[in-house]
Design a protein around this ligand. Sequence first.
Ligand code: ADP
Ligand code: MG
Length: 242
Amino acid sequence: MLQKLTDGGSEKAANGLPLTAHPEILPFDVENQPILKSSQLKYSYPGQPEISFPDFVCDRGGHLLITGNSGTGKTTLLHLLSGLLRVQKGDVEIAGKNLKDFSQAELDRFRGRHVGLVFQQPRFISSLSVIDNIGAAQYFGAGKSDRSAALGLLESLGIADKASKPTGELSGGERQRLAIARALAAKPAVVMADEPTSSLDDENAELVYNLLARESSDYNAALVVVSHDGRLKEKFQNRVEL
Ligand SMILES: Nc1ncnc2c1ncn2[C@@H]1O[C@H](COP(=O)(O)OP(=O)(O)O)[C@@H](O)[C@H]1O
Ligand SMILES: [Mg+2]
């Protein structure tokens, strides 16, 4: 498996930046591939009816919104796309790699390196400071931490003054910014966010969307948002409805 992934690999990660760690699993050819592709995907939890998902693609650096009412499977889909849940039926490809071909350990590593997840209820390592939470994500994703890059991220998200604070001292809005910073820490090819704006008023929803869009673009990462928040629809040209 590892050998197969190495064959024909380039020297650059999906975001065009040089690779520094885990070279045996990282290189992939993104030139002629969508960054994300889902086909014939279906999933069922034990004892529950099967959920069928529509086919879609997202190009490198593109933005995709997946909408649907509560309970239609948005979170499930995000977990399938990011490899947190194993694909049962159908296919998910990231930059041409079918997630079915990965072992669980490879999948975890692939996700750490190439996918930045913004969870609905972000959890941080409470024994570490804000900046060290970024450092940990850099380490797990890219194999080394980079304090000045971490500080740069916190600066661009407006929370650099909290760098040495414990995460427990952050406000809700600051936690959300830290979640975005952490998702970008390993310079992923795709950022995936679950309901990032649903609990926010108009002003803050706009702010968080703008941060996600700007920061993803700065890192040349594709952005996939799942949400039932109708306010986001006008922001995305590429939309899929569940
Ligand atoms: N861990 C689970 N075990 C069993 N059923 C689940 C689990 N997670 C979600 N479901 C069910 O799967 C369906 C889709 O859930 P979810 O993906 O969370 O939807 P959404 O994010 O759109 O609200 C719902 O009917 C939900 O009850
Ligand atoms: Mg959900």
